[in-house]
Design a protein around this ligand. Structure first.
Ligand SMILES: Nc1ncnc2c1ncn2[C@@H]1O[C@H](COP(=O)(O)OP(=O)(O)O)[C@@H](O)[C@H]1O
Ligand SMILES: O=C(CO)[C@@H](O)[C@@H](O)COP(=O)(O)O
Length: 563
């Protein structure tokens, strides 16, 4: 008998549902919904790096995308056996005792502090610094040791500490906090007991410093020193965590009716987009899966023998079962990848946009049409020109830290920089320098894993940039000096979530088997071009010099300075 499952993937700007046939992984329908309020930039203030999302954007998106894929696939809803949800992270949401997002309760409807704090919100840099100082001075074990030794402002405790200090009303009303992937899973299931609800191992281990060595979340004595609210909150969080091959619960009657499904449908434990993306791309031991979109996440799995309790410096965590149960999942990443190019695009479009608005020659419809055309074509045109520019030392040099540095060695205070500009520098030269910068940032991550003894045998690219830009992928293969295979699916995170759902529903015995059988195939491979590798190496030295200038903690060798 046929069985189907749904993977629901919450990205930065939109949510997509994918319905697949569990026998062969065939995608029968998929649907995307953009967050309305987010699109209008509501509740955000980029000048202070505040990025919040309203829970209604997420709930509306869930309903419409799932209803649409069920309708379009034309499958019998009673054969849809499972759903799994992946989201961005760390994207925590304050909730009431009943697990209702605070922004859906009276008095908090328009308060950004009562909403989801998106992964790229960097308002809590000071709090992250405080956590890092305390971790090495409080007298107990360094609780950052399994998250690379540095806690980031992108993560759970720093964000909550910031809001607890800034907003007394939210602090008093927030009984507990949930990662976005947990909240959406909890919303769907029947059993609404927060005390026993199965929270995501992936989210807890990578972002909330949950580890078996200290029996779960950081000790209450540690949290107390940061803020009494955090110590109290710990009691309202969780002790155990669960991997996404397990069932969180059955679909509630309310949601089964709303979606047109049965209460027999199970909902698997939630996870993060990058980790499910890796499963959707058939990750195996010592394979680096790079999820390349707005930001990057670099995911690896290692055996207990290889990684064990050895700590890997400067990454975003090593967590037992965060990708494949029975293996250690390792995560690193760049806070901006496509976002660096998106920033440059916006910068270049500003004058046109501004002048078009003021223009009296064109009507509003014509202006809108032009805006859209410029916006759609700019990166494509810059790419065509940048490809023609030789890789030489006369190119500008840029840093990829436009949104701080996630890894190696998180420092969200760092800024980007561009050097080596001249009167001959044109827009495509800077574009090429930015592409080089994101690839050099990637190289630093690969180097760090290898220096720390984690082997990388192969590299797989997934995500929007991997699919859309052969230019960037070729540059990356040259900079890494490694071949890169590209997953054929445009939606590997949703596919990975569907794979977890199939295992949790009992259709496959484990994640490895399911991923190998129904994960994405590959439809491209980029190989290093030997004649260009040496030229990129020289530019990498210039990148190192500029990095050391912008971040004095980086030490480079005398040889590099003298080049
Ligand atoms: N042709 C292109 N070349 C390079 N980058 C691109 C191209 N088209 C889009 N991008 C970048 O892709 C990023 C979005 O990636 P995507 O994977 O679709 O989203 P997300 O990371 O939010 O899931 C944006 O930052 C954008 O700048
Ligand atoms: O950091 C993580 C996961 O740990 C991601 O959710 C975050 O980078 C967002 O990813 P996207 O850029 O939306 O693909």
């Amino acid at each position: 008998m046929k069985n189907y499952v749904i993977g629901l993937d919450y990205g930065t700007d939109s949510v997509r549902a994918m319905l697949i046939d569990t026998e062969n992984g065939q995608e029968l329908a998929s649907n995307v919904s953009h967050y309305k309020r987010w699109k209008n930039k509501q509740y955000c203030d980029a000048s202070i790096n505040q990025f919040r999302q309203h829970p209604l954007d997420h709930i509306e998106g869930l309903e419409i995308t799932i209803q649409t894929v069920i309708k379009e696939s034309k499958v019998d809803p009673s054969l849809i056996k499972g759903i799994c949800i992946d989201t961005t992270g760390s994207s925590p949401v304050p909730v009431t005792k009943d697990g209702i997002p605070l922004a859906l309760t009276k008095g908090f409807e328009e308060n950004p502090n009562a909403m989801m704090v998106l992964w790229k919100d960097h308002t809590s840099i000071n709090e992250a610094n405080e956590i890092n100082e305390l971790a090495v001075s409080w007298g107990g074990e360094n609780v950052t040791k399994y998250v690379g030794g540095i806690y980031s402002s992108e993560w759970f405790w720093a964000k909550i500490l910031h809001i607890a200090r800034e907003d007394e009303a939210v602090r008093n009303a927030a009984h507990t906090w949930m990662e976005h992937c947990d909240l959406m899973t909890y919303l769907l299931i029947e059993d609404k007991d927060l005390k026993i609800f199965k929270r995501s191992r992936c989210a807890a281990g990578h972002k909330a410093m949950w580890h078996e060595d200290w029996n779960g979340l950081p000790p209450v004595e540690f949290l107390e020193k940061l803020h009494p609210y955090l110590a109290q909150l710990r009691g309202n969080l969780y002790d155990e965590t669960y991997t996404s091959d397990l069932v969180a619960g059955n679909l509630s009657k309310e949601w089964a009716d709303r979606l047109g499904l049965s209460t027999e449908t199970i909902v698997a434990v939630g996870t993060f987009d990058a980790h499910s993306g890796a499963v959707g791309a058939k990750i195996g031991e010592n394979t680096l899966v790079r999820v390349m979109g707005t930001s990057t996440c670099d995911i690896l799995v290692g055996s207990y023998d290889e990684v064990g309790t050895k700590t890997v410096r400067g990454i975003c965590g090593q967590v037992d079962g965060s990708v494949i149960p029975g293996f250690i999942g390792l995560e690193a990443g760049q806070s901006a990848f496509g976002d660096l190019l998106a920033w440059y695009k916006e910068l270049l479009l500003w004058p046109t946009d501004h002048l078009l608005t003021a223009s009296t020659v064109l009507n509003d419809a014509q202006k809108e049409q032009l805006r859209e055309e410029f916006s759609d074509k700019l990166i494509v045109e810059l790419t065509k020109e940048a490809e023609k520019i030789p890789v030489s030392e006369s190119l500008p040099i840029a840093l990829d830290w436009i949104n701080g540095r996630r890894t190696p060695d998180a420092n969200q205070e760092l800024k980007s920089a561009i050097s080596n500009l001249s009167l001959g520098t044109k827009a495509p030269h800077i574009f090429k320098a930015l592409v080089n910068a994101i690839c050099f940032g990637a190289k630093k991550i690969v180097d760090r894993f290898e220096e720390e003894g984690v082997k990388i045998d192969s590299v797989i690219g997934i995500g929007g940039v991997a699919r859309k830009s052969p230019f960037i992928m070729q540059t990356l293969a040259n900079v890494l000096n490694k071949p890169i295979k590209i997953a054929a699916s445009d939606q590997t995170p949703a596919l990975g979530a569907a794979i977890y759902a199939a295992v949790a529903a009992g259709i496959y015995p484990n994640v490895i088997e399911a991923s190998q059988k129904i994960g994405s195939d590959f439809d491209g491979e980029y190989f290093p071009q030997l004649d260009k590798v040496a030229a990129y190496n020289k530019l990498l030295i210039a990148y190192d010099q500029l990095s050391a200038f912008a971040d004095p903690s980086i030490k480079i060798t005398q040889n590099e300075f003298s080049l």
